[in-house]
Design a protein around this ligand. Structure first.
Ligand code: HPA
Length: 269
């Protein structure tokens, strides 16, 4: 495993012209941030040794190196979800490669269903913590020496970055919620009873990604900031049929606000 990670990192290092310490997973709501990256150098996942192979033809995704403002960054356009059939090792492989490349801070985004009754569709939520509800733990198996066997998770999402993002949102007049994201395997959206259960467990929003990558980033000593677009509501009395298209529509509408906050936060951190 470690050999594969190092082989992939060596392949990338030989092609990189910069030494970014900042990585971004361009999840739902952040797709358009890609247009703000300058001095781009892109590598398709399909060309990268040991990178998971995409299940969707023509959607293999790519790594992008470049500048956001005056900051060197690397970005993942396209992530790997557990529901697609990837193992947890595959889902989190790119994060371990990031560690080898010298990444210190990771920014992630996603779409989620709100379980907090105060939330509205289109809200942005700064993730303050998560609950791992995936059926397999990404760190299961032999420990890789990037971190301890039993990693601390008391500040999985950097308090400093949460505070900075809150300030930025205030300055820009953008409404943000804060809350706990519960990560579940999908691919079904939740039944009303499942939304209710997640609320009882302490979640403000539920989604199908992020948690594995964030756990592995923490294990590697990479700081994390995450933000979620609330694309539908799993709140009693407000539950309606959800489709991928509606999720996408709500995310597209929220995208400019999410992009503004993330871009500014990355520049200030
Ligand atoms: N549940 C799980 N994942 C999601 C949801 C949801 O309601 N909305 C967007 N991603």
């Amino acid at each position: 495993m470690l050999e594969k990670i190092q082989e992939t990192a060596a392949f990338l290092k030989a092609r990189m012209h910069t030494h970014p310490e900042t990585a971004i997973i361009l999840g739902t709501g952040l797709g358009s941030l890609v247009h703000e990256i300058t001095e781009k150098y892109e590598i398709n996942y399909a060309e990268i040794p040991n990178f998971p192979v995409s299940t969707v033809e023509g959607h293999s995704g790519k790594l992008i190196f470049g500048k956001l403002g005056n900051k060197d960054i690397m970005a993942m356009q396209g992530r790997f979800h557990f529901y697609e059939g990837y193992s947890m090792k595959e889902v989190t492989f790119p994060v371990r490669v990031m560690r080898e490349l010298g990444i210190k801070t990771l920014f992630v985004s996603n779409a989620s269903g709100g379980t907090n009754p105060d939330f509205e569709i289109g809200d942005l939520m700064i993730i303050t913590d998560h609950i791992n509800f995936f059926p397999e733990h990404p760190l299961r198996g032999k420990n890789i020496d990037y971190g301890p066997r039993f990693p601390d998770m008391s500040e999985a999402y950097s308090k400093e970055l949460i505070d900075k993002a809150t300030e930025i949102a205030k300055e820009k007049g953008i409404k943000v919620q804060k809350g706990v994201y519960i990560g579940t395997q999908g691919p079904t959206f939740e039944t009303p009873s499942e939304y209710k259960m997640f609320r009882i467990l302490g979640a403000d929003a539920v989604g199908m990604s992020t948690v594995p990558e964030v756990i592995v980033a923490n294990h590697c000593g990479i700081k994390v900031f995450g933000m979620s677009v609330i694309t539908d509501l799993g709140v009693e009395g407000k539950i309606v049929e959800v489709s991928h298209e509606e999720v996408q529509k709500a995310a597209d509408e929220a995208q400019p606000r999410m992009t503004t906050i993330m871009k500014e936060l990355i520049n200030r951190s």
